[in-house]
Design a protein. Structure first.
Length: 114
């Protein structure tokens, strides 16, 4: 059985950043890059939440803008596997923000941390 590090570890994160850099050249993706050092102690679900929150931080704007970025990313052959999980979580969280507000997922994350 694969480990969390194999499914959503530093290599997968680097691939996700590489794909997104192809879509938005020159974008710093600071939150995603900072996530790399936070991954090791986390379980798989927590890793997905961390990367989702980093994506939302690095890609502000509307749900439509995020969806457009993801649609372009989907054309990259590297956009496959487990890296899709936090991306889909980010898309759904951003789509729900107008109804529930941006703090909903943050509150959920804090509850999981307790």
């Amino acid at each position: 059985m694969p480990t969390a590090d194999e499914l959503l570890g530093p290599d997968v994160l680097a691939r996700l950043i590489g794909v997104l850099e192809g879509v938005l050249p020159g974008h710093p993706f600071a939150a995603l890059r900072a996530s790399a050092e936070k991954l090791p102690p986390l379980a798989l679900r927590q890793r997905s939440e961390l990367l989702k929150d980093a994506l939302l931080s690095d890609l502000p704007g509307s749900a439509a803008e995020l969806a457009a970025t993801v649609r372009v990313a989907m054309t990259d052959a590297r956009f496959t596997g487990w890296l899709i999980w936090p991306v889909t979580e980010a898309v759904s969280a951003r789509a729900l923000e107008p109804r529930f507000g941006p703090t909903t997922s943050t509150m959920r994350w804090r509850c999981l941390q307790s």
